[in-house]
Design a protein around this ligand. Structure first.
Ligand code: DLL
Length: 443
């Protein structure tokens, strides 16, 4: 048992594979790698690449041979729209999800019945690692639909034996009422939606700390350690991070254990590489790079070396919880949401971190980049606590200066800071969209 912020959490490891010694885990990965190479060999995209590179299942002699396999990108999926990566006949599919991109059309991902079972097992693993018990009632405020968040977590919770409340997204007041009426102890949504719930509760005169919630499992979008602290204090809960993406399976790729020192990657089912996004060589152990993921055991649509565009670090030290799997850090940004402002690489997470360091700011903010003449201009709008809004120009200016200074320290860039009154910026029910880049056409 571990005690996290005075809450006791039983350290339960669901499956033996989670704590396999490294050599046994790697032997299992290699067998599964050969197997998946055989299964995808007739997908036209992979067949061509395999022929060019002389790849056969047998030629996968060690895990290092992974590096001979082709990468798969979101563009490849688009080029083979809608389901060009299937390895099984259509009639074996049990579910199709999709992820929306910036281009409008969703990319589809398909599951067989076994894939759905695997998915629910993997979600159950991280939920259990984060303290979920069969006696809990769990409020799911993720969208149910093509998005993998709602259904993925839903079946994981049922798999654990807990009671699931499929509230889905929207109508925050009603959600609060349902949480109160049913006494739900666990909340599942995006971290930004948790903030909306807390804020709406306060508007209704309900102290969010008085809600029955005790734990939360957040994922689906980047968030910072500062944001975790704020949500935990606001709602008096313990918040766990979990990560995944639809192209790989959905939620269930990795999640935190009670020690919350990185997200355990479910390495018996996924091989995760951390590569320099430019050279595509592995980064030195522990350094930031792009995560590239190979799904070893999925049946319908296993992708090889999928380029996630997510930037994170890997840690292969065994964890004190007893799991031996590699852990990934928080995702600090994406190679493609990285903003380049006057030549400086800036991730929205850096701005968030800076804002939350300044007392009196809230986690509601918008980042706008434009180029009025030749020079990029960064504007950060942030809501401040009502008691900080004042008629005194000098006080407001001091606050803006402090925020600007923090942004400069954390992100290395000067920003013009605008203070906004409470509840004047946009709120999100799913993934937050906090960046408006007016330099791009169509935004
Ligand atoms: O967001 C799957 C998911 C749902 C994961 C619910 C966890 C909980 P997509 O819609 O395909 O799938 O978006 C995947 O979201 O590449 C990351 O950029 C981002 N993302 C997901 N989880 C996290 C997280 C789902 N914990 C994309 N931290 C990924 C940071 C995350 N980013």
């Amino acid at each position: 048992m571990f005690t996290v912020q005075s809450a006791p959490i039983d350290n339960v490891i669901r499956d033996r594979e989670e704590s396999l010694p490294r050599d046994q885990l790697e032997a299992l990965q290699l067998t599964r790698l050969r197997d998946v190479v055989a299964r995808v060999a007739h997908v036209p995209f992979y067949r061509e690449a395999f022929e060019l590179r002389g790849i056969t299942p047998k030629s996968m002699r060690s895990l290092d041979d992974l590096r001979r396999l082709p990468f798969t990108t979101k563009d490849d999926l688009r080029r083979h729209h809608p389901l060009g990566f299937l390895t099984v006949p259509r009639d074996q599919l049990a579910r199709i999800h999709g992820s929306s991109g910036t281009t409008g059309k969703p990319t589809f991902v398909a599951y067989t019945a076994n894939d759905l079972q695997l998915w629910s097992d993997l979600c159950a693993r991280f939920l259990i690692a984060g303290g979920l018990k069969p006696q809990h009632t769990v409020h799911v405020a993720f969208g149910y639909g093509l998005f993998t968040g709602g259904f993925g977590l839903h079946y994981g919770i049922e798999n654990v034996g807990a009671a699931v409340v499929p509230a889905a997204s929207g109508n925050t007041r009603r959600q609060i009422e349902i949480i109160q009426d049913l006494g739900s102890e666990v909340l599942i949504c995006t971290p930004s939606y948790a903030l909306t719930i807390a804020e709406t509760a306060r508007e209704l005169g309900i102290d969010p700390r008085s809600l029955p919630l005790r734990f939360a499992h957040f994922g689906g979008e980047p968030w910072t350690e500062e944001m975790r602290q704020q949500i935990e204090a606001d709602m008096d809960i313990l918040a766990f991070n979990n990560y995944g993406l639809s192209e790989v399976i959905g939620p269930g790729v990795s999640g935190e254990c009670a020690l919350r020192d990185g997200m355990h990657i479910q390495e018996d089912h996924f091989i995760v590489e951390c590569l320099d996004p430019d050279t595509l060589d592995p980064v030195p152990e522990g350094e930031e790079g792009e995560l590239v993921i190979t799904a070893l055991t999925k049946e319908a649509m296993p992708l090889l070396r999928y380029r996630t565009r997510d930037i994170a670090r890997l840690n292969r030290e065994p964890c004190a919880c007893g799991r031996a799997t590699a852990r990934m850090s928080r995702v600090t940004g994406r190679t493609d949401d990285m903003l380049i402002i006057r030549g400086v690489n800036v991730f929205p997470s850096q701005i968030e971190e800076a804002l939350l360091r300044v007392e009196g700011t809230t986690p509601h903010y918008m980042i706008e980049v434009e180029r009025p003449a030749t020079l990029d201009q960064l504007t950060v709008r942030v809501e401040v606590l009502p008691e900080l809004l004042s008629d005194r120009m000098d006080r407001m200016q001091r606050l803006r200066d402090r925020i600007g200074k923090e942004i400069l320290t954390v992100a290395g860039i000067r920003a013009s800071v605008e203070l906004a009154a409470p509840r004047t910026l946009e709120r999100f029910v799913g993934k937050a969209r906090r960046v408006v880049d007016k330099r791009k056409p169509g935004q």
